[in-house]
Design a protein around this ligand. Sequence first.
Ligand code: 5GP
Length: 144
Amino acid sequence: MSLHGNYDSENIFAKILRGEIPCVKVYEDAATLAFMDVFPQSHGHTLVIPKGVEARNFLEMPTKQISHYMESVQKVALAVERALGPDGIVITQFNGEAAGQTVFHLHFHIIPRWTDKQLGDHANGQMADMEELQAIAAEIQAEL
Ligand code: 5GP
C-alpha cells in the first residue's frame, strides 16, 4: 500500500481497537491506546496508536489531535524508560510502504535499546511469548 489511499477498517490495529483481536495493553485514554508489539525488535517494544481517527499515517492525523497524541507517546516512553532502564530509546514512525510501514493505522514505535543488544528486524521477527509481554506491560504500567 502506498503513502496515499483509503483507510482500510480491516487493518489489524483497527481490529485491536474494536476488541476483535487481543492485545497486551500498556496504556489507554479517550484518544490513545498503547500496547506491546507482538514481533518486538527489542525487549519492551511498545506501540502507541490514536483512537477515534481514520489516519493511515502521521500526515493524515487531524492536526488538532496531534498534540494530545504526542503527549501520550512521551508519557509511555517515559514509563518505558523508568520501567526498563534502557541505554537509549528509538521513537519512530513510518509513512507508506516505501518507508517501511506495514500496518496502515498510524502508530509510533517506542523501542528501548541497550548498547550490548542487537536490534531485531522490523516487522519480521519472532512472535513474542504472551506471558513475557504481559509481565513487561505490567512493569511499564507501574511507572505510568
Ligand atoms: P510498521 O511496519 O507499520 O511501522 O509497524 C507495524 C508493527 O506492528 C510491527 O512492528 C509489527 O511487529 C507489529 N504488529 C503486526 N501485527 C501485530 C499484531 O497483531 N499485534 C501487535 N501487537 N503488533 C503487531
